[in-house]
Design a protein around this ligand. Structure first.
Ligand SMILES: Nc1ncnc2c1ncn2[C@@H]1O[C@H](COP(=O)(O)OP(=O)(O)O)[C@@H](O)[C@H]1O
Ligand SMILES: [Mg+2]
Length: 376
């Protein structure tokens, strides 16, 4: 557990970067500090590992005042990941990571073995290990940065805007990867970002800060979206917060209706016989969706249904089939992004099980409201 108790940081020029911060960060979760530029996020983070010294107040790590510990000892238990990864440019990827176990006393061979394992853990192909950082993409460099931070197996990981410099698609992958890693490793992660969407996606708890280094609200993402404490937080979490809040409601109650399917390569005649109006999902041998055909489209086609004939589909919704279930947001997005106005519901193996409509999602939302599952 990390506790900020009345922590203030005033820099030498008089700037108050953090003002009387009280914050308790639980073990084993991802706590996100989010807020506009200059609100004191980096300063707060760096006071934990004493790269910045607090002016007043106390920071406790597992009940011990960080100020009473030698910085080198303290930092051995705290990994640190920054934007652009901060890698050594003249060392290979493998050696960038192996440096850490070697500093901790491991022999070179053992350190490299450990580094190889870590690169696999963060999802980097082994053949990249011999390259230099400049020969990797931004997203790959960030993964190396995470591997290096994990090398000493620290219980605490501080991450300062680690994904802000990579493009949105790669950022999304890195976020998913971090969530997967965290579910395996169970570190205590303090993650700084200025991006509220990122905060809401990856945070177990989110601390919204305002300029002047004041804590505006500290809550779960769902509570933040449902009940912003004031106009600043409401504006910061955004206009479409009602829609985004659907991401926290499981779609287990959404009706999955039957959906006509056509196997790729099947005769157009047979497909027409199945479909007098509307749309059918075209599937592969495993039943996975490839796209759509409409009755109108089939009427102009000849021979068999080919990949080139398909209208591309929208997002997929993983229906409740005993395993994980998508959220109401995923179900609604599937319905809204589909050319057929029907979202494709799939099972956990990715095979089509039926369809969901926007109307079905809204009906499920109304039921959830009645059952008191939606904070109001
Ligand atoms: N070394 C420093 N000296 C003086 N002021 C600083 C220093 N570092 C940061 N600041 C100021 O402290 C405030 C908070 O900065 P910072 O913690 O970097 O915010 P954030 O990470 O949220 O953008 C800003 O006004 C910034 O200009
Ligand atoms: Mg910063």
């Amino acid at each position: 557990m990390i506790e900020f108790q009345a922590v203030t940081k005033r820099y030498d020029d008089g700037t108050v970067a953090v003002d009387n911060l009280d914050l308790t960060i639980a073990d084993g979760g991802i706590t996100v500090l989010v807020g506009p530029s200059g609100c004191g996020k980096t300063t707060s983070l760096r006071m934990i590992n004493r790269m910045v010294e607090a002016t007043s107040g106390t920071i406790l790590l597992d009940g011990q005042d960080v100020h009473a510990q030698r910085p080198a000892t303290l930092r051995r238990g705290i990994g640190y990941v920054i934007q652009n990864a901060g890698l050594f440019p003249h060392r290979t990827v493998l050696d960038n990571v192996a440096t850490v176990p070697m500093l901790l006393g491991a022999k070179k061979a053992a350190a490299r073995e450990r580094a190889t394992e870590l690169l696999a853990t963060v999802g980097l192909p082994a053949e990249l290990a011999k390259r230099y950082p400049a020969q990797l993409s931004g997203g790959q460099q960030q993964r190396v940065g995470v591997a290096r931070a994990l090398a000493a197996d620290p219980p605490v990981l501080l991450m300062d805007e680690p994904f802000s410099a990579v493009d949105p698609v790669v950022r999304d992958d890195l976020q998913d990867e971090l969530l997967r890693l965290q579910s395996e490793l169970g570190k205590t992660i303090v993650f700084v970002t200025h991006d509220i969407d990122e905060a809401i996606k990856i945070g177990d708890k989110v601390a919204v800060m305002r300029v002047g280094g004041r804590l505006a609200q500290y809550d779960t993402p769902a509570a933040l979206l449902a009940n912003p404490v004031d106009d600043f937080v409401a504006a910061f979490v955004g206009r479409d917060r009602g829609y985004r809040a659907l991401g926290f409601l499981s779609a287990h109650g959404v009706e999955v209706a039957p959906l006509a399917t056509v196997a790729l390569g099947s005769p157009v005649e047979a497909a027409r016989a199945k479909l007098d109006s509307g749309w059918a999902a075209v599937v592969d041998e495993a039943g996975k969706p490839l796209g759509w055909v409409s009755a109108a489209g089939l009427s102009t086609m000849e021979g068999s249904v080919q990949a080139a004939d398909l209208v591309s589909g929208g997002s997929l919704y993983v229906a409740d089939t005993g395993g994980r279930t998508g959220s109401l947001r995923a179900a609604l997005d599937a319905a809204l992004s589909s050319p057929a106005a029907l979202g494709v519901a799939v099972d956990s193996a990715g095979a089509v099980v039926g369809s969901v409509s926007a109307e079905a999602v809204l009906a499920a939302l109304a039921d959830a409201r009645k059952a008191g599952e939606v904070p109001s």
